[in-house]
Design a binder for this molecule. Structure first.
Ligand SMILES: Cc1ncc(COP(=O)(O)O)c(C=O)c1O
Length: 378
């Protein structure tokens, strides 16, 4: 059983042993929580519908961003999934808890996955596999550097075997071909798709959504939007299925960080598959998916000016580190939308999905936003 941590965010923090206990109590009282009886009957804090391996330290804190709220004249809260507590893996840890439970259930002896060179997902897979003493192969688009940094360094540290291909499109075929070779040798390979974004991985965010809902219940008036970075679609899909399961009214607002076509379809397909696995009859429609496409910039992995500004702002005003590939672009979206008046009289929660290792690579290009203010020393 998980022991909720008393977080360091003292007065802003709504998570404590007592609040979790009282949330559990109040979840039994549908009229107070806004949960319909049917969704409550289906759901209980401690009963996972899929096998789970504990990797994360949960619940992650939820707290107010005081300085940013003052600056934007919008109340902004943050759900700290950057603090999931395993392998610096952010949102990927929630997915990995269920994916690796399945790896063990399938009795697989070797795990394979794909990603970008600085993939947060690949890094978590490498670390989880190592912890379970399972061989791990990563198929990454790009090249090995002489002095690896960020996630690549951590992949090496975990002892994962790295396979580099020239383009994103070559990764899956290379992984599948390698899995075939392993099968022919009598091994039991387990292949994990990009970002861990399948029905099982997405379930991590069904549970993540339930955790957030429990925290939000002690926060009247309730926030109306949840803003977060979306890429391989598993996070959004899990949140969508979780929202349906709990009959929640909070709007899910994904900020796109890449230019892939038809993310709405992918999100619905993964959410459908996830719902089916846990016995939910609901099927999802593209119109239920709300994505902001305007903050992705030139391409996936290419930082934007606004993202760099957002990253610097959060570091300077709150001491919170965003990353240039995902969360800085998502926060740039939140800031821009707040400035345009989209959130008037609303309370917004930013889901911080992690990504810190990428800051310590050559990706960020932050030099234009880091001039220290002149201070007089006495
Ligand atoms: C730090 C970070 N934030 C957000 C995302 C987006 O999540 P998803 O791929 O599930 O859409 C990812 C993964 O791609 C990530 O590594």
């Amino acid at each position: 059983m998980r022991v909720p941590e008393v977080s360091a965010f003292d007065s802003h923090c709504v998570v404590s042993d007592e609040s979790v206990a009282s949330n559990n109590r109040s979840s039994m009282e549908g009229h107070k929580t806004g949960l319909s009886r049917s969704s409550m009957d289906e759901w209980n804090m401690n009963d996972s519908k899929l096998p789970r391996l504990t990797l994360a330290t949960l619940p992650t804190p939820l707290h107010r961003l005081q300085n940013l709220s003052d600056e934007l004249a919008t109340e902004v809260w943050i759900k700290r999934d950057d603090l999931t507590g395993f392998a610096m893996g952010g949102n990927k840890v929630r997915k990995a808890e269920f994916i690796f439970a399945d790896v063990l259930a399938q009795k697989s002896d070797v795990v394979l996955t794909i990603g970008a060179t600085q993939s947060n997902h690949a890094c978590v897979v490498a670390a989880a596999a190592r912890r379970l003493r399972i061989e791990c192969h990563l198929f990454l688009a790009g090249q090995m550097s002489e002095q690896p940094t960020g996630n690549l360094l951590l992949d090496r540290l975990a002892g994962a075997e790295l396979h580099f291909v020239n383009s994103f499109d070559e990764r899956s075929p290379a992984m599948e071909a390698f899995a075939e070779v392993l099968r022919a040798k009598g091994r039991i390979p387990y292949t994990i798709p990009l970002g861990g974004s399948n029905a099982i991985g997405a379930y991590g965010y069904v549970v993540g959504f339930q955790e957030l809902e429990n925290q939000l219940r002690s926060l009247p008036p309730r926030p109306t939007r949840l803003v977060f970075a979306s890429s391989s679609c598993g996070t959004y899909a899990g949140l969508l299925a979780g929202k349906a399961l709990l009959d929640s009214e909070i709007e899910l607002l994904g900020v796109r960080v890449d230019l892939d076509p038809n993310p709405e379809e992918t999100i619905c397909a993964v959410a459908d598959a996830c719902a089916q696995r846990i016995g939910l009859t609901k099927r999802f429609r593209s119109e239920e998916v709300h994505l902001k496409p305007d903050y992705a910039g030139e391409d996936y992995g290419v930082p934007t000016e606004e993202g760099s500004e957002a990253l610097t702002k959060l570091w300077q005003s709150e001491g919170i580190l965003l990353d240039p590939v995902y969360t800085a672009k998502a926060m740039a979206g939140l800031i821009d939308l707040a400035r345009r008046g989209e959130f008037i009289n609303e309370r917004v929660v930013f889901l911080h999905t992690g990504g810190a290792p990428a800051v310590f690579t050559s990706i960020p290009r932050l030099e234009f936003h880091t001039q220290p203010e002149a201070t007089e020393l006495h």
